[in-house]
Write a protein that binds this ligand. Structure first.
Ligand code: ZN
Length: 196
């Protein structure tokens, strides 16, 4: 494999975007760094990005090259070094993900997100400020921030075609996000049980 192929198979445009400081929302959209973008118009897909505003497009290497004004080769080298990709070896991430099947990962994400949603709904119902002057409970604040996003992800896992589900699952598995959320859910449930 060439460095281009190795990098492209290990790093998605979204991974590069997040690594280099772009804020990516639930639906994989971000504010385009290549034009004066007020609302997110750039879609980060599994293998390419596309901006609905200025029509810039490409893969993770193109994105990195444009962001840092590098040649394609130097952008690939930067990605390889930032994500620990080598020419011959797949990335740590790929190796980790290969241990589990896509279907297993999907079930794991669904279970954890559903548990988290239940907690958020409970918090929303029980910890809302009683009067306008009250300092909001952090649990209520978290439920406001996360409820819609969590519902949206569960909807994707329930109703969307395989490709979209796979993108979401890949994102959730990245940096072990889903494991961290799972531990958090268990911790919260442990605390709430202790309280009752
Ligand atoms: Zn743009």
């Amino acid at each position: 494999m060439t460095i281009f192929e190795s990098v492209k198979s290990a790093v998605t445009p979204r991974m590069a975007a997040e690594r280099y400081g772009l804020q990516v929302n639930c639906s994989g959209m971000t504010r385009c760094p290549f034009h004066n973008d007020r609302t997110p118009s750039m879609k980060l897909n599994e293998d390419y990005f596309y901006c609905f505003g200025c029509t810039s497009r490409g893969d993770a290497i193109d994105l990195t090259a444009k962001l840092f004004h590098l040649s394609a080769h130097n952008a690939a080298k930067k990605l390889a070094s930032d994500f620990g990709v080598t020419d011959s070896k797949p990335s740590v991430l790929t190796t980790l993900q290969k241990g589990r099947t896509q279907a297993e990962n999907e079930r794991l994400c669904f279970r954890v997100l559903r548990e988290y949603l239940k907690i958020l709904e409970d918090w929303q119902a029980h910890y809302a400020p009683k009067s306008p002057g009250d300092e909001p409970d952090p649990r209520f604040t978290e439920s406001c921030h996360m409820l819609e996003c969590t519902k949206y992800m569960l909807e994707i896992l329930t109703f969307s075609p395989a490709k979209e589900r796979a993108e979401l699952v890949t994102d959730m598995m990245k940096d072990d996000k889903i494991t961290l959320l799972k531990e958090r859910v268990l911790e919260i449930k442990g605390k709430e049980n202790g309280r009752n």
